[in-house]
Design a binder for this molecule. Structure first.
Ligand code: SF4
Length: 481
């Protein structure tokens, strides 16, 4: 297969924020006459936008780089970009001998300069570009969009970096402190996406609730939402991801509640539910604040969907602390929960903590938490049975019978306001609905994570107690209209 000069291959790993960086890197290369290809064998420049957050992600990045280096041919160069590069710099070459270039996540916009230097180099030594200045965010974007379009949805990166002191997290070391992008840039991108017919935008950052702090704004995220709603009234759905406990202000609640475009969905990683564990995590430990705020949010938006994440097995986590977390989850009945076993991260304060929890205890606690949440998630989904909800249709499939045989019946796969892409559930609707459109469906069944629905919203829907609607029987008191 002939190798084409000016072709680049880019593999994007890690989180949605990295996906946005990858798309921006692609735009910078395109500005300089390069063309993206799917097949690395046809590319001159091979780039992996790496993730350096936790061990598993780091290993995935290293494996991807090694694979490209092993398959490298004359005239090709392999570049490591992203968080792993920023975190380990030249040490990365020891892990991946044969690497040609290493560029940090903070200066992704200099990618073509590095390609140029690699093309001109007179020796096989790798070249590095690892400036640590974080203050470039929003100021030196080379006129590219800081967005990532996925079907009819698009992520907009509103800030980068983080100023929080979470003891288990390496991101502030990798990305530097929190730097907000200018509001006018973000609003311009929202208007651009509206013109593209985008139906849902997701606002992302390491900590979206810190937006504008460094710009001297109070309640910056609320002001940003007002500005986007004002400028892009044609975007039906606006979703806020990555809120930080203690920073979901009355102003933000009010703004979310008053704008129909802003989905009643909040992703707020809490990480634990016991005060002592949170104190060792250097996370906000006012548990009563969480009860109070979730209560206020649910009053302001009764249909609110709350997503959160927890870490089990954090150093020093006692049985009592873990039971405290379990009770916290029972009390607050979150709609969506992501759980992680604590990952020992060299260079983070928690790595030095005593009483590291054994893996088997972590696993047992992880399973218990997930089991508890699965029951809650199913019960919450069952409350949706009989309701008519809007669904963003994302694709089609063919249903299977209980023996796994195709029934030939077309199903549509979509998401409701309760489902963020890639991390939450789906709404599975019989029939072929228009992909990319938001359509009303009637929920006819529930499973632990997904909903079953019909496009026929006019037909009266009577719930018969004791009849199975998806998983589990519907009891009388779970009927809601
Ligand atoms: S808020 Fe998130 S990104 Fe920032 S330090 Fe804490 S865990 Fe890391």
């Amino acid at each position: 297969m002939s190798l084409r000069k000016n072709n680049y291959y880019l593999l994007s790993l890690g989180c949605s924020k990295n996906t946005v960086d990858s798309e921006s890197i692609g735009q910078v290369l395109a500005q300089n006459g390069m063309r993206g290809v799917e097949n690395p064998n046809r590319a001159e420049v091979l780039i992996v936008n790496t993730c350096g957050f936790i061990d598993a992600a780091k290993q995935e990045s290293i494996n991807a780089l090694r694979e490209l280096v092993d398959g490298k041919r004359d005239g090709q160069m392999v570049i490591a970009a992203g968080c792993l590069s920023q975190r380990y710099g030249s040490n990365l070459v020891q892990e991946v001998p044969g690497l040609d270039g290493v560029i940090g996540t903070r200066r992704w916009m200099d990618i073509f300069d590095l390609v140029g230097r690699l093309r001109d180099r007179k020796h096989p030594e790798p070249l590095y570009h690892l400036p640590t200045d974080a203050k470039v965010v929003g100021l030196d974007e080379r006129g590219v969009l800081r967005t990532s379009v996925q079907g009819s949805s698009a992520y907009i990166k509103i800030a980068d970096g983080c100023r929080r002191p979470c003891a288990f997290c390496a991101i502030p070391k990798i990305k530097g402190t929190a730097v907000s992008r200018p509001m006018e840039s973000i609003v311009r991108e929202a208007v651009h996406l509206q013109e593209q017919g985008i139906k849902e935008i997701l606002l992302i950052a390491q900590d979206s609730t810190d937006y504008g702090y460094d710009l001297g704004l109070k309640d910056g995220l609320a002001h940003l939402l007002d500005a986007i709603v004002d400028a892009a009234p044609g975007i039906p759905w606006i979703r806020v991801m990555y809120a930080y406990p203690g920073y979901v202000t009355p102003g933000l609640m009010e703004t979310m509640a008053k704008h129909e475009q802003v989905l009643p969905y909040l992703d707020i990683p809490l990480q634990h539910g016991h005060r002592d564990t949170l104190l060792r995590m250097k996370r906000p430990a006012k548990i009563e604040w969480v009860y109070d705020t979730i209560g206020k949010l649910r009053t302001a938006m009764p249909e609110l969907c709350v997503r959160t994440t927890f870490i089990v097995g954090y150093p020093g986590e006692t049985d009592a602390e873990f039971e405290g977390l379990m009770q916290f989850v029972r009390d607050l009945q979150f709609d969506r929960v992501g759980a992680f076993k604590y990952s020992y991260e060299i260079g983070t304060p928690s790595a030095k903590l005593p009483n590291q929890v054994p893996d088997d205890v972590k696993q047992e606690r992880y399973e218990r938490l997930m089991e508890l949440q699965q029951g809650i998630s199913l019960a919450k989904n069952q409350l949706m049975v009989g309701k008519t909800i809007d669904v963003l249709v994302e694709g089609h499939g063919i249903s299977e019978d209980e023996d796994g045989n195709d029934t030939g019946e077309t199903l549509s796969l979509g998401r409701s306001y309760r489902d963020a892409p890639e991390i939450d559930g789906y709404v599975i609707t019989e029939g072929e609905l228009p992909v990319g459109e938001i359509v009303p469906v009637r929920v006819t069944g529930a499973t632990t994570y997904d909903l079953i629905a019909t496009a026929d919203t006019r037909a009266p829907f009577v719930i018969q107690p004791g009849k199975a609607y998806g998983e589990g029987m519907i009891s009388l008191d779970s009927i809601s209209e």
